[in-house]
Design a protein. Structure first.
Length: 470
């Protein structure tokens, strides 16, 4: 077989073929000059394709230009099969829509199922059932934009979810001007105006045994019971429940109120603000700094952070809020005429009864409520915020640290209480090439399954439920 080829193409070796160079044929004086630089190779010999010169050329060019595959993606996990993800439903059928899929709440229930709530244009409820290895969306929460750190289970297996405006969304800001209000007052006015457009976040009840088996498609509402608005003009920012499963505790945004809901009596009680200071500690400059989590100890005391970054708690005996002298770890700047403080980003209970917590400045700490002792365990990276954390079945603390920015996205870390120090796990990169490949940058929820799997909620425009096997 005679083969003629050029640099613009190559024969498949199955038939006699001549290929022209794509460059047009030069004419005149340009032809004389360009003829000195041939633009194609002509291989006039007869041979089988497997004996062609192409392999030799590939070896030559590989030697002078080494090929490096995917050097822009550097997962630190040694075995990538330990990491995977699931879409939030079936594509083009009942998948939670983009712009409404940021996972901001996760919960492991008594039967091992993983429930989640999203934030965005509309709030959705979904469930992952390990028995069928699939995520099913359970419907949207009509008229609500977010479910932020506000999903829990009572003693009867019923779920409660707190809603409100999407706290991840940017707040429209008013430009400042000379002689006008101070910047912090101007920012506070804008935040209040943004949230006052809404009546307030609702508390809802969902009964899995009655509604989980119902098939929902996009646009269908979840089968939830509306329990009312705890604090008018405020979104529900975090929820917790007492050990007996009879009282629900909550925080609101932007006014920072602490409220109680009596499940049996269907009554609310507002205990007022947990922090009277209007602080904008960041890193998100259009958010008021308020605690994003609650922790309930074995005595039924409910802990969070308050004024000056100090731990405060609700006492079920006196039924009021109390302050402690324990300060949340943070980067405090003590200068004249300026005050701010860090807040609690999240809590994770350990079997020993202590809590691990993360601060908005990116510090991990341990809190022993029996001894009322708080220990600063350090900061895994320069970026601020501990976005979510959980204690694995191995006793180690797993956390996502990073900011809601492209420059400082979330990275995974592990803290071993027996040895101390942090082990960096890096970006969460799921690589199932050629079927799918995804890199997670933003996460705002984490829970541990009954079998020890870590579940992480991505909080992007189009989000997924991530799995990690420690």
């Amino acid at each position: 077989m005679t083969l003629t080829s050029c640099c613009c193409g190559m024969s498949n070796g199955k038939s006699q073929m001549t290929r022209e160079c794509r460059n047009p044929k030069p004419e005149g004086r340009a032809a004389d000059k360009r003829a000195l630089t041939p633009s194609c190779f002509v291989i006039p010999s007869s041979f089988e394709f497997r004996h062609s010169i192409l392999p030799a050329l590939l070896v030559f060019f590989s030697a002078i230009s080494p090929v490096v595959g995917q050097d822009w993606a550097k997962p630190l996990l040694r075995n990538l099969q330990r990491l995977d993800l699931r879409d939030l439903g079936y594509a083009q059928s009942n998948e939670i829509p983009a712009n409404s899929s940021a996972i901001t709440s996760l919960l492991t229930t008594h039967d091992g199922k993983i429930y989640g709530g999203t934030s965005g244009e509309e709030a959705y409820l979904f469930v992952f059932d390990p028995g069928i290895n699939k995520v099913r969306h359970l419907g949207r929460i009509q008229g609500q934009e977010g479910i932020h750190h506000a999903l829990l289970e009572d003693s009867l297996g019923r779920l409660y979810l707190g809603t409100g405006r999407n706290v991840l969304a940017a707040v429209p800001l008013t430009p400042g001007k000379a002689g006008g209000p101070k910047l912090d007052q101007l920012l506070w006015n804008d935040i209040q105006a943004h949230f006052r457009k809404d009546a307030g976040g609702h508390l809802y009840r969902y009964v899995p045994r009655q509604s989980d088996d119902k098939v929902k498609v996009v646009g269908m509402n979840a089968d939830v019971e509306d329990l009312g608005i705890p604090v008018a003009g405020n979104a529900i920012y975090a929820l917790a429940i007492d050990p007996a499963g009879t009282e629900i505790y909550g925080l609101t945004y932007p006014d920072g109120h602490f409220f109680i809901y009596d499940i049996a009596g269907s009554k609310y009680r507002d205990l007022g603000e947990v922090d009277r200071q209007k602080v904008f500690h960041g890193p998100e400059r259009d958010w008021r700094s308020l605690p994003r989590a609650l922790a309930v100890d074995r005595q039924g005391r409910v802990f969070t952070s308050g004024e000056g970054g100090k731990l405060i708690y609700y006492c079920p005996v006196t039924r009021c809020l109390r302050a402690t002298d324990l300060v949340i770890p943070g980067d405090y700047n003590y200068v004249q005429f300026f005050s701010d403080h860090a807040v609690v980003d999240g809590f994770a209970p350990a079997k020993s009864g202590i809590f691990y917590g993360g601060s908005s400045d990116g510090y991990l700490f341990a809190f022993d409520p029996a001894k009322m002792k708080l220990t600063n365990l350090g900061k895994p990276r320069a970026a601020r915020r501990i976005r979510c954390l959980a204690v694995g079945h191995d006793g180690k603390v797993y956390l996502m640290a990073g900011e809601r920015s492209a420059a400082r996205p979330c990275q995974a870390y592990c803290y071993d209480p027996r040895e101390g120090g942090f082990n960096e796990l890096g970006l969460l990169i799921v690589d199932r090439s050629p079927y799918y490949y995804w890199r997670g940058y933003q996460f705002d929820a984490m829970t541990v399954g009954t079998e020890g799997t870590l579940y992480l909620g991505e909080s992007e425009r189009r989000s997924h439920l991530f799995f990690f096997l420690p």
